[in-house]
Design a protein around this ligand. Sequence first.
Ligand SMILES: Cc1cc2nc3c(=O)[nH]c(=O)nc-3n(C[C@H](O)[C@H](O)[C@H](O)COP(=O)(O)OP(=O)(O)OC[C@H]3O[C@@H](n4cnc5c(N)ncnc54)[C@H](O)[C@@H]3O)c2cc1C
Length: 422
Amino acid sequence: MPDQRSLILDKIRQDGAFDVVVVGGGINGIGVFRELALQGLKVLLVERNDFCSGCSAAPSRMIHGGLRYLENGEFGLVQESLRERDALLANAPHMVRPLPTVIPIRTVFSGLMNGAAGLLGLSEAPSSRGALAIKAGLALYDWTTRKRRALPRHNFRGARMTFAQWPALDPMLRFSATYYDAWISYPERLGIELLLDAGRLAPDSLALNRAEITRVGSAFELIDTTTNERFPVIAKAIVNATGAWLDSAIARLDASEKPAAPLVEGTKGSHLILNNEPLYQALGGHMIFFENADGRVCIMFPYLGKVLVGSTDIRVSEARRVRCEPAEADYILAAARLVFPAIPIHASDIVFTYSGIRPLPKSNHAFTGRISRGHSVHRIAGDIPQFCMIGGKWTTFRAFAEQAADAVLAELGRERLCGTLT
Ligand SMILES: Cc1cc2nc3c(=O)[nH]c(=O)nc-3n(C[C@H](O)[C@H](O)[C@H](O)COP(=O)(O)OP(=O)(O)OC[C@H]3O[C@@H](n4cnc5c(N)ncnc54)[C@H](O)[C@@H]3O)c2cc1C
């Protein structure tokens, strides 16, 4: 019996005419592929490596509203993220689960002025966040979800109650706040499930990994990179969902009107997985969402019997495969030691590291934490228009895919047949 890949290639060989070609099989490309296929379009998804092997394999694994984005004044993004978080808790409960989260707090007032200055664009640098600033953020979080409470509301604890529950936390703490977000156990597998779902409901649409596509005249050439076989393909529109590789892919897909400046810039982020039983026990099933010595927010939570800690946020000039460098591992270990100073945490505890490049919208912010984690679709005109997916995060992939699909549907004069939120 021919394997799945041969069947897909046979179909393309017999008929290479598609409504839309989606380039890039990370979560955003997969999301828009499924979204368009469910609207009755014939779609081809082309991924150069394996599905969800780029940035989509490297997240902190939080499915979250983005409490931190409130500091940037991105209320719309937080609202959208909370809606998508709750939808994922309902739609993928086998992988997305509630995550009780603790914020250790050292001061009362700090962060208020800096938060306001950040909103007014007067301050770039992060500063310590005190109890009042955190209380205001969490109250807003709860208020946003008041009409569909999927997760418990936040609460505050004084030092005594905090140490009663987490005795190993930094003894300098004065308060802690607990709130709920969610985490995903196997993000890449959810990506694969979405592909399988699209394949079941829309068998004319095809998803192929280990393949590339380039513009040749008024059409495209698909290359199976495992054999070098080439296939002619035509499409009415292209979705460029290549993440951090977006700007280099634009030229391959031949836009007549090239953007004057790059649309995407990358920041590299790495994580460690630690095998440290006292640390795992000290977490008590909670994530610690904490401020590092440099003011950056880091995270640590129990992950499949180990402890996941991250992350770094380092500007990179070029998209490429990346790995966690020793200096990054040192940075993350030092951050973890700040939270639980009495627990020995050594480099030898590291059992796994992973890294990815966040495809963020191009920005002038000096502090990478201030760059928006929002998303947008940029249309490049041409005989075959190209829709570029810029930014986004795992949590909001469905909303982003919906937005990109709606732009393509409008271009092709097609109606939306169904929604995907539920
Ligand atoms: C350190 C870190 C922590 C994060 N934490 C979180 C988190 O906790 N929660 C959250 O919601 N989000 C998080 N994110 C963000 C999230 O992971 C990304 O926003 C998301 O995975 C981006 O998906 P994408 O599909 O746009 O990009 P990618 O996953 O990078 O996909 C792009 C794909 O395009 C392919 N490609 C490139 N060029 C070509 C070409 N010419 N032809 C064919 N294919 C091509 C690549 O191989 C790649 O597979 C985090 C990201 C990082 C790096």
